[in-house]
Design a protein around this ligand. Structure first.
Ligand code: NAP
Length: 514
């Protein structure tokens, strides 16, 4: 069987030791092995810091953007092949695969376009000149300069392409070399992307450790960055690492979230706004088999609309055909691994102790799959009392959501949302501006992004689980407290913001020459 190599010190290297097997989650067929034991990771990190860091710092922002553009094209040109890998190793339908892979190339292309505007400067300037003295001669500026370490990108299993691209685009534009650590169970796509991309960058700019090199983050020090995406439990472990505490390694966490959809009291059944909410909920529950950090987990609906929404959701979710992504007509594949299947099954049982199951108990056998094979879970819809604790606390990382009655008072609805302990995204469906204004006031402090779904944009709305490179991604509390993307805001994680204070003509000349 094929063994996936790591890319360290500017070359492909094999690990030596225990291997992990990557499988097709629809058939359980082994696909490849990965092993990160015995690699000289410390030397790889140092190579990246010295060679990759120096090469990137010498490049202008425009040149770094051109590198992002070249990576975007390499991914796009091999799209079909990558989609095939995503379907085999990730349990993705072709449409799920596109969401990840096109999302990845699109994000890199977005940063390439942003950088074109920045020209030949090497530092990003933050804000305008500030007068500090009696005359404008004494003044100040703020600049973003690249951090001199390495950016280690630790990714979750659900987005092997986009997860790489959204972090790499910001790090490269900032001027930091990267070491990617993809999740092992779905590493096939990330590994192929690296085969395509590594030759396009100067030595040391792109490195990858393939396999469970969990010790990697403990080797980092001052000047380095960890951009982590994954579970709150792993994030908590990383936060406690002595190296992270003692060396002041910068750590950004993108973790889990009990994202909600809230329908306003003005929404009428069958209206454009209502249809938009139903479309979003069905898509968010089933796309990537519900394995999205931004998937809708809680649905808050006014009492008057509850019966109709219940009927519509059950009908449309029941119509989603579950099976092998390669079988014709399949709309939802398996979850990504045996462990995921165990976790989702346990999560459904735990929610079932506090909520009534409306859909999922009598799911048909998956289509196109040998009997008893594959890591399949049913699309599961619950209805619960708003007070049910688990609905607000337990992230079941699969095609699972719960309906709750929304209180009439938006302030009380916002209190329910806040019981999620901080989230990535909340979608609010309404055409009543006063109600929306009150919802925003209550919900914004608890979320990284709010999506307002209304009639006038129903025909062009992007579903709330889609992370756009123009807007920030991340959220407070259990969502990790991190921030990524948001256009040039995303560069800040990988840069030092330095204030410069001095003679204005001197500063103008220095920064003009950047
Ligand atoms: P996970 O088990 O926490 O793993 C995430 C990554 O961390 C993997 O690359 C994993 O490597 C690595 N890892 C695990 N333990 C580690 C340790 N002790 N030290 C260093 N690295 C370690 O999460 P997952 O199961 O892949 O992902 C699902 C979770 O991620 C969900 O809770 C979801 O909400 C969250 N998520 C959040 C976002 C977001 O943007 N906020 C996006 C996607 C997913 P191995 O695979 O090699 O073990």
């Amino acid at each position: 069987m094929r063994t996936l190599q790591s890319y360290l010190g500017g070359k492909w290297v094999f690990g030596k030791g225990a291997r992990q097997t990557l499988v097709n989650p629809a058939t359980e067929e082994p696909l490849a092995e990965a092993c990160a034991e015995g690699l000289d990771v410390a030397a790889g990190l140092e190579f990246a810091r010295r060679q990759g860091g120096a090469a990137l710092r010498a490049m202008s922002l425009r040149e770094r953007g051109e590198l992002c553009g070249a990576l975007a094209r390499a991914i796009y040109e091999h799209r079909d092949e990558l989609l095939d890998d995503a379907m085999k190793n990730g349990g993705n339908t072709r449409s799920d695969g596109k969401f990840d892979i096109d999302g990845g190339s699109g994000t890199l292309a977005h940063y390439a376009a942003l950088a074109k505007e920045l020209g030949d400067a090497r530092w990003l300037i933050d804000g305008d000149t500030i007068q500090l003295g009696r005359s404008p001669r004494l003044s100040g500026r703020h600049v973003y300069v690249p951090r001199t370490g390495v950016a280690v990108l630790v990714n979750a299993f659900n987005f092997p392409a986009w997860g790489f691209a959204e972090k790499a685009a910001c790090a490269l534009l900032a001027g930091m070399p990267i070491v990617l650590k993809p999740a092992t169970s779905t590493a096939l796509v990330a590994h192929r992307i690296f085969e395509l991309c590594a030759p396009l960058a100067p030595a040391g700019v792109l490195s990858m450790v393939c396999g469970s090199a969990h010790e990697l983050v403990g080797m980092l020090g001052y000047g380095d960055v960890i951009a982590f995406t994954g579970s709150s439990a792993t994030a908590a472990e990383l936060r406690r690492l002595p190296r992270v505490i003692d060396s002041q390694v910068r750590l950004n966490v993108e973790a889990d979230s009990l994202n909600a959809a809230v329908l306003g009291p003005d929404v009428e059944a069958g209206s454009d706004t209502y249809e938009l909410s139903v479309r979003d909920i069905v898509r968010e529950m089933t796309q990537k088999t519900g394995q999205k950090c931004t998937a809708i987990r809680r649905i808050l609906v006014p009492e008057s609309l509850k019966e109709r929404l219940r009927e519509d959701l059950v009908e449309r979710l029941r119509a989603v055909v579950v099976g092998d992504p390669f079988a014709s007509g399949v709309g939802m594949g398996p979850v990504a691994s045996a462990q995921q299947q165990r976790d989702v099954t346990a999560g459904i049982a735990a929610l079932g102790e506090q909520a009534e199951r409306l859909l999922g108990a009598d799911a048909p056998a998956p289509l196109g799959v040998p009997d008893g094979k594959g890591y399949f879970v049913p699309v599961t819809l619950f209805e619960a009392e708003p007070s049910a604790a688990r609905v607000h606390e337990l992230e079941v990382f699969g095609p699972v959501a719960s309906m709750l009655t929304a209180p009439d008072d938006p302030a009380l609805t916002a209190e329910l949302l806040a019981r999620g302990g901080g989230g990535l995204v909340c979608s609010i469906y309404s055409d009543d501006r006063q109600w929306v204004a009150r919802m925003l006031e209550g919900a914004a402090p608890h979320h990284g992004r709010l999506v307002i779904g209304s009639r006038k944009i129903a025909d062009q709305a992007v579903s709330p689980g889609t992370v756009m490179p123009q807007l920030l991604h991340g959220g407070p509390g259990r969502a990790g407290g991190g921030e990524e993307l948001g256009g040039l805001r995303g560069v800040a994680l990988y840069a030092q913001r330095t204030a410069l204070q001095g003679e204005r003509p001197m500063l103008d000349a220095l920064l003009g020459k950047q």
